[in-house]
Design a protein around this ligand. Structure first.
Ligand code: PMP
Length: 392
């Protein structure tokens, strides 16, 4: 009998059926996906340059323009997650030696610093304690001191639960010859943002939070000012995959015939199209109000349980992700495991600089309901009772 040349056998684990348990995802993302969006993603494939797919991409563009409140021509979805959009924004805007000022009050500013340093930019940091936001005066001081060509701001700091006010920042930046780049991965659809009216030059977001779309696509838009800076580049962007010149063409933003750039994750785009459609059907204002009201109910309930909200000022609380201090004498990991094991609910601990300091509860898109607020409060009450005996 001929001996098989295979040295690695078919893995036994793969020969068993796929197992995906049911969970209520009330962490900082991803959030649960409604059946309409799941169904869209499981449609049969089409070719990535078929006219029907190009039309769906055009529909996605209009959905992003609505969600961002922008008329920018250069608006598209990146084939990647929120980090990919962050990289795309920074690597297209910055050339080696360009100065960028990054506001840091949690992990996302830290990540933007990391990405910018890899690009050879001259990076300055503007710091605030965790749980706080930047005032226009803080920012103007930094801009005047460092004279950056780009300012990076996180709208919804998901590691701390802070909502950064954006009023006046666009105008401030433009007065000092600087572009305003905003990360709205955790806030889009959950808190008001007006790209054009607020003078935001580059805005990006993700799919797996308020839009309730599986992770894998990210939204991005560039103002005319940002486009001009990119056109003035002396060097090519360091990534081919994320080169906005190529992507603009592929997404039909440059009035040239569309050329193949990469094979788009077509089914992800089907899902994204439906997520954006559902947001358009609900209306931004209703969505903002839904997140606000459920966040208020959650905060009240958490206080009633004796927990301490991490963000002191009510108006600075991110409506999509609420943070509480880890209660004295409890192990945060035990609380999280208790909710998962006994209630099939995911909540999260801190991230980066907030690790060990906070618990994070997310209510995003279809997960932002009064019923889910009651469920998570009930589960937390149970956890606080049961994990008490294991006080540190
Ligand atoms: N920015 C913010 C504010 C986020 O909350 C996240 C995801 N937690 C990201 C960026 C990165 O997104 P992703 O995990 O999809 O790469």
């Amino acid at each position: 009998m001929a001996t098989s040349p295979l040295r690695i056998q078919p893995p036994q684990r793969l020969l068993r059926p796929l197992a995906v348990p049911e969970r209520l995802l009330l962490g900082p993302g991803p959030s649960n996906v409604p059946s309409r969006i799941l169904a869209a993603g499981s449609q049969q494939l089409l070719g990535h340059m078929h006219p029907e797919v190009l039309q769906i991409m055009d529909e996605i563009k209009t959905g992003i323009q609505y969600a961002f409140q922008t008329q920018n021509r250069l608006t598209l979805a990146i084939s990647g997650t929120g980090h990919c959009a962050m990289e795309a924004a920074l690597l297209n805007l910055l050339e080696p030696g360009d100065t960028v000022l990054v506001t840091i009050n949690g992990i996302w500013g830290q990540r933007a610093v990391d990405v910018s340093r890899r690009l050879g930019a001259n990076v300055h940091e503007l710091l605030k304690p965790l749980g706080e936001y930047f005032t226009p005066w803080d920012i103007e001081k930094g801009v005047v001191q460092h004279k950056p060509s780009v300012l990076f701001v996180t709208h919804g700091e998901s590691s701390t639960g802070v909502l950064q006010p954006l009023e006046g920042l666009g105008e401030l930046c433009h007065r000092h010859g600087c572009l305003l780049l905003v990360d709205a991965v955790a806030s889009l659809g959950g808190a008001p943002i007006f790209m054009d009216q607020q003078g935001i030059d580059v805005l990006y977001s993700g799919s797996q939070k308020v839009l309730n779309v599986p992770p894998g696509s990210a939204l991005i838009s560039f103002s005319e000012r940002a486009r001009e800076k990119m056109l003035r580049r002396k060097t090519k962007p360091s990534s081919f995959y994320l080169d906005m010149g190529w992507l603009a063409n592929y997404w039909g933003c440059d009035r040239e015939p569309r050329r193949y750039h990469h094979t788009a994750p077509i089914n992800s785009f089907f899902s994204l199209r439906e997520g954006l459609a559902m947001l358009a059907e609900m209306g931004l204002e209703s969505s903002w109000e839904r997140h606000r009201a459920n966040c208020v109910q959650l905060c009240q309930g958490l206080c009633n349980l004796g927990l301490e909200l991490f963000v002191k000022e009510e108006k600075a609380r991110l409506p999509t992700i609420t943070t509480v201090r880890v209660p004295e004498g409890y192990d945060w990991k035990e609380i999280i495991s208790f909710l998962m094991d006994n209630h099939a609910i995911e909540i999260a601990g801190g991230l980066g600089p907030s690790l060990g300091k906070v618990l994070r509860i997310g209510l995003m898109g279809c997960n932002s309901t009064s019923c889910n607020v009651d469920r998570v409060l009930h589960a937390l009450q149970d956890a606080l009772g049961h994990c008490r005996h294991s006080r540190l």
